[in-house]
Design a protein around this ligand. Sequence first.
Ligand code: DON
Length: 315
Amino acid sequence: MNTTAEQLRVLDALLPEWLEDSRKEAAFGEVASYIPELSKAPHSALGIHILDKNGSSASAGDCSLSFTLQSISKVFTLILALMDNGEEEVFRRVGMEPTGDNFNSMLKLELVRPGIPFNPLINAGAITVTSLIRGDSPAEKSKRILQFFRSLAGGVELQVNEDVYRSELETGNLNRSIAYLLVENGVLGGSVEDVLSVYFRHCSIECTCRDLARMALVLASDGIDPFSGGRLIPRRYVQVAKTFMITCGMYNASGEFAIKAGLPAKSGVSGGILTLVPGSLGIGVIGPALNAKGNSSAGVHLLERLSRKMDWSLF
Ligand code: DON
């Protein structure tokens, strides 16, 4: 199979059956409830959208379902922080290594010196990165983030889901603990509540799997919007982001996903997964029921099968 358009035509025919098969995996997962508002998501939903640089697409399942980006936002706030500050400044405060711990763990912040977060995709790292986004106030930082995300989504008017934001603000005490430890370690400056409000707001930006596919396509195109031809992200920062997605993007299942699917990916606790085939395709998936590692159980099943069948692995 040569062109992506041919691949997408084949997929349009095959996806519905593969998707229904993967949907069964939702039975083994649970919808996240530690952010109470997230628990309202439909347990067995599963949707996928795949988009190429010419605008051809294939999709199946519950593609109109809206969900919040959650940790998927961390990839793009990292990129914005890199664009605002450069690599040297960002990586003075956050490391480049997987942790082997839960995404919301603060264990290594105490155990390993210097007490900087291991990487930008765990909560400690993402909170630190969020603090580096330019802006005179939390509102201005949040506005810049939203504008950046909208440009990556092709101008779609993405919005913050205020119910999810409030739900996380009210219950996010573990993130508060992490942030105070970061202040103690000299990593974070300023007001903890200000940083967390910006962090919770970007995690609460609402999207569909089509929006995810569109944002992923910019990464697949090395930072260029394939439809306008404009550069949205320097190529080097896309390289950095894709590498983190391979090594840390699927929490403690990143190694397994790299072996089975072989694609850069980032998941979120809402059940979203953003992934891409470098050079050609952006892919967005939603499946709210999460497996034991915190990734969409049906979504991972579908993506691993797709990548194997289509021979998409980079390795
Ligand atoms: O901070 C949290 O717990 C959520 N806003 C995001 C968590 C998530 O998606 C998993 N992160 N790696």
